[in-house]
Design a protein around this ligand. Structure first.
Ligand SMILES: [Ca+2]
Ligand SMILES: [Ca+2]
Ligand SMILES: [Ca+2]
Ligand SMILES: [Ca+2]
Length: 499
């Protein structure tokens, strides 16, 4: 073997040093324009909640209104928060740690009362000084003045956000609700620990992130919200996630926004792919329950609203972002709410309640195991969410038929093919391969005359079935933008029933 090949082998087989692997908050897949309170045109006085931007927060209550980018929603494609607010009956405080860039405590729509307070770092010390700021590690946990959490970037107790990601994600949970200002937080009754791992530069080495994760559970956090990642595995970080498992906590993390197949060894992302059972990996949906940018794979077990999610930006600004980063805190908050109601539960029970309560959405199964989307109201009642009807495919007839796009498909075109299955009441299509670039290209399976597609597909998939089409006709619409194309699709078989 040539020497350089041996060197290459050594390079790629040697463990990656966590001190050299930067973690980053997930970049949003899309952003909206900035708003301030002067942009508010309509008052919600006398309504609940009375926060003026509430209508933009379709993730909390979707009555069919448009999102910030003008996409009309479908009523009920939300996390069922209005019901959840009425149902929630906490018995005990459970600490939720947001591991991100901090929180803008000076924002007009943040009340620091939502923050967890470390009992050992508050009140007067023996000299009459405030333990919060006396420069002493009063509780002896190894961190000086960590009153609401800790800043692992600057090694101080100051958790003020100097970036933006943590404020946007954190405020989805903790923005002050019903104060007539800004937006509505999901639940301002939760106790939020702020674990700051990103500063202005927006990266931190995995070794420090691992320390931060351990800090959270060592100081009582039961749920961790993690909206960041890296393509590199590190032992230190996997050990930290395992540590949260051994401490009985639930590690909720965003799947990422690159439309990667996380089951593909070449496309892994961490922490999503660590495979520790107390992880709950979160994908994202839009206001029509469709998925378009989230990473997918067998470890993605639940989706939550993530497209054009309206929340806070530092300096009294408001803005919509699209990302699994925005979906993740919603699942983390839901887990914490369930746990507050059932303080003697284990993480297994909390996770099971979330999955059981989630609604099964047609067309989401390609991207999220079981096609489940968060429903907080169901989770709080430990009630099973909507389930799609089951089909007995063993009784269906099968026909070999090739239907395919051009390979590769053209840029800047819409290709339309009609599939007719005479006599069928229902049918489905077997794809041998799909490759549709997620930047601006989309394959839709539609039924003529029905606006909502049966399924929307972008990304790379091996062989597998489509969702079931009702009736005897489907239209396959492959639309593409001017840039980057791919193989397209190839169907080799149809299965149908005439009953
Ligand atoms: Ca301390
Ligand atoms: Ca102190
Ligand atoms: Ca508010
Ligand atoms: Ca494209």
């Amino acid at each position: 073997m040539p020497l350089f090949a041996i060197l290459l082998m050594l390079l790629f087989s040697s463990p990656v040093n966590a001190a050299e692997v930067p973690c980053q908050p997930f970049e949003p897949a899309d952003t909206g324009r900035e708003y301030t309170r002067s942009d508010i045109t309509r008052s919600r006085e006398g309504m609940f909640p009375n926060d003026p931007f509430f209508e933009k927060q379709w993730h909390l209550e979707n009555l069919g209104q448009a999102d910030d980018k003008g996409q009309t929603g479908i009523s009920g494609c939300d996390s069922a928060m209005r019901q959840a607010w009425n149902l929630w009956q906490p018995k005990k405080d459970i600490i939720l740690a947001i591991v991100d860039s901090g929180l803008d405590l000076k924002h007009e729509d943040i009340d620091p009362a939502i923050l967890w307070v470390n009992p050992g770092e508050s009140g007067p010390d023996a000299d009459g000084n405030d333990k919060r700021s006396n420069g002493i590690d009063d509780d002896g946990n190894g961190f000086i003045d960590d009153v609401h959490g800790y800043n692992f970037v600057r090694k101080t107790g100051d958790i003020q956000d100097d970036q933006y990601h943590g404020t946007h994600c954190g405020a989805i949970i903790g923005a002050t609700a019903n104060n007539g200002v800004g937006v509505t937080g999901m639940n301002t009754g939760l106790k939020i620990m702020i674990v700051k791992i990103f500063g202005l530069g927006g990266t931190l080495y995995s070794e420090e992130v691992a320390r931060a994760v351990r800090y959270a559970v060592d100081n009582g956090a039961k749920v961790l919200s993690n909206s960041y990642g890296t393509p590199s595995f590190t032992q230190a970080m996997q050990d930290a996630v395992r540590y949260t498992h051994d401490k009985g906590a639930l590690f909720v993390c965003a799947s990422g926004n690159s439309r990667k197949d996380l089951d593909n060894p070449e496309e892994k992302d961490y922490p999503s792919c660590y495979g520790v059972p107390n992880q709950l990996v979160v994908g994202a949906t839009d206001n029509r329950d469709l998925s378009s940018f989230a990473n997918y794979g067998s470890m993605v077990e639940i989706a939550a609203p993530g497209q054009n999610i309206f929340s806070l930006m530092p300096k009294n600004v408001y803005r919509a972002f699209s990302g699994t980063s925005q979906a993740c805190p919603q699942v983390a908050a839901a887990a914490t709410m369930v746990w507050c109601q059932n303080p003697d539960w284990t993480w297994q029970q909390v996770k099971a309640a979330l999955l059981n309560g989630a609604d099964q959405v047609r067309g989401l199964g390609r991207y999220v195991k079981g096609g489940l989307r968060l429903n907080v109201a169901n989770a709080l009642q430990n009630k099973t969410g909507k389930r799609l009807p089951e089909q007995d495919f063993s009784k269906w007839q099968s026909e070999d038929r090739v239907i395919e796009s051009l390979h590769p498909y053209h840029n800047g075109k819409e290709d339309r093919q009609t599939v007719k299955v005479p006599g069928a009441t229902r049918f489905r299509l077997h794809f041998s391969r799909i490759e549709v670039n997620h930047h601006g290209d989309l394959l839709r399976i539609c039924v003529p005359g029905i606006e909502m597609p049966v399924e929307t597909i972008n990304g790379v998939f091996g062989e597998g079935w489509s969702e079931v089409v009702e009736g005897d006709t489907a239209e396959l619409l492959l639309s593409s933008d001017q840039y980057v194309n791919g193989f397209g699709y190839r169907i080799d078989r149809i299965q149908f029933t005439t009953l």
